[in-house]
Design a protein around this ligand. Structure first.
Ligand code: PLP
Length: 422
């Protein structure tokens, strides 16, 4: 069920017209659909049915508090990668025992905060980190539940910047070293081994790398059990890709991903944990912008829009494609024309699309960038002193601003002039 569709010639988010939101909050803005977020959680839940499982939403994809509340109300746990994300999960009402702490650089302070506030498990990424966590847990008189993130050395066949499961990546412990590391963990009184963790990358559009990685995890589970470790939980990470270019992409469905999990690790009677981010939030959000100018170039026209790379960095950073559609539906028979669609930031990288065929547009027209709900707002900055853009949540025929656009004054007043200059 698609929740961003044209009605009476206007693109809607659920039952709300994007023209109406634009008039109320101004462009550019992000808009998210509650029904889509909920459906994506349910799709994973159904894909893992029949196996004991727990879905931890990887909030780095979209950590707006309203989005987190929706996930928490569905019963999701959270995968967090910083003290700030841990604090957001708690503030969204997620119990500590539903929070998984991932990331290669957890500090003592972050570990202590999570041990005090409650934690489901730490996913350990290195031996030094393991020893530090042991010390922190002992100093607090507690025991930290852990998995070790193993690096299975598989090629995720995704963009180099988001592949994490090859031996040259900074993530996890080489799977060949895992037995030794688990033996060491078992000797540390501040740690309790609960399982194994793996996460091989993001925007995977092929199931084979998962199949290879999970087979290696299954083999390791049996070896570690022989060594006497109580492996009862397998955290299989996130990373399932979404169709960014709808006309020619059909990544595997969660149901097929669930089948791979069943086939590779389903027989081990472990609790299955997954950490999806992009698939939950990506296609649940749009970025809406206004054309500021149409500029005639040589051989092509430029559409200069009021959104820029600071609002949505994926095209500049990952050469990412976002489908771009007109908010006002073109009349039947109107032919699309190629445009370079660019933002106003003073960098050539501030280009959303080149020679993209979309309906003819003029200054003042609204366009929507699809699949912008994940790694959009969370990666935004105020480069060029462009205030962070608002985020809007829709539910049925209602909408609310869930992060307001700061005023110029608020933005400027975050800086302070040192006392010797006043
Ligand atoms: C980024 C990340 C995820 C989520 O990845 P998606 O591609 O958004 O599903 C899950 N787990 C870990 C450890 C991550 O770093």
């Amino acid at each position: 069920m698609e929740h961003f569709i044209y009605r009476d010639g206007i693109l809607h988010a659920e039952d709300v017209s994007l023209v109406e939101i634009a008039a109320k909050v101004g462009t550019p803005f992000y808009v998210y659909s509650t029904a889509t977020l909920q459906r994506h959680y349910q799709v994973f839940d159904e894909a893992l049915s029949g196996m004991e499982h727990f879905i931890c939403y990887a909030m780095k994809a979209n950590s707006n508090m309203a989005v987190l509340r929706i996930m928490a109300e569905m019963g999701a746990g959270m995968d967090v990668v910083s003290g700030g994300e841990y604090a957001r999960a708690i503030a969204a009402g997620v119990p500590g025992e539903h929070i998984v702490f991932s990331g290669v650089g957890k500090t003592r302070e972050e570990m202590a905060a999570a041990l005090r506030g409650g934690i489901r498990q730490f996913n350990i990424e290195s031996e030094p980190e393991m020893h530090v966590l042991n010390e922190v847990a002992l100093s607090l008189g507690t025991v930290a539940p852990i998995t070790v993130r193993v690096n299975p050395d598989v090629d995720a066949k995704t963009h180099a910047k988001i592949a994490t499961g090859k031996s040259e990546n900074k993530f996890g412990i080489p799977i060949a070293k895992a037995r030794a590391v688990y033996a060491e963990a078992a000797n540390l009184k501040g740690l309790e081994v609960v399982g194994i963790d793996v996460h091989i990358g993001s925007q995977l559009t092929d199931l084979t790398p998962y199949e290879n990685a999970f087979n290696k995890v299954a083999e390791l589970t049996e070896l570690l059990r022989e060594d006497g470790h109580n492996i009862r939980r397998l955290d299989l990470g996130g990373g399932l890709g979404i169709p960014y270019e709808r006309s020619n992409e059909a990544p595997p469905l969660p149901i097929e991903y669930g089948e791979v999990i069943r086939r590779t690790v389903g027989h081990l009677s472990c609790e299955i944990e997954i950490e999806p981010g992009r698939l939950i939030a990506g296609n649940a959000g749009l970025l809406v912008a206004t054309v500021v100018y149409r500029k005639e170039g040589e051989g092509r026209d430029f559409l200069i829009v009021d959104a820029a790379m600071n609002d949505l960095i994926r095209p500049a950073m990952y050469d990412a494609h976002h489908d771009i559609v007109a908010v006002v539906e073109p009349e039947v028979g109107v032919e699309p024309v190629p445009y370079d669609i660019v933002g106003p930031v003073c960098e050539t990288g501030d280009t959303f699309a080149k020679e993209r065929n979309i309906p003819p547009m003029e200054a003042g027209d609204l366009m929507a960038f699809r699949s912008a709900g994940a790694y959009g707002a969370v990666m935004a900055s105020e480069y060029n002193s462009r205030p962070l853009i608002p985020e809007v949540l829709v539910k049925d025929d209602q909408f609310a601003v869930v992060r307001a656009r700061p005023t110029y004054e608020e933005m400027i007043n975050r800086d302070t002039i040192p006392y010797w200059m006043t």
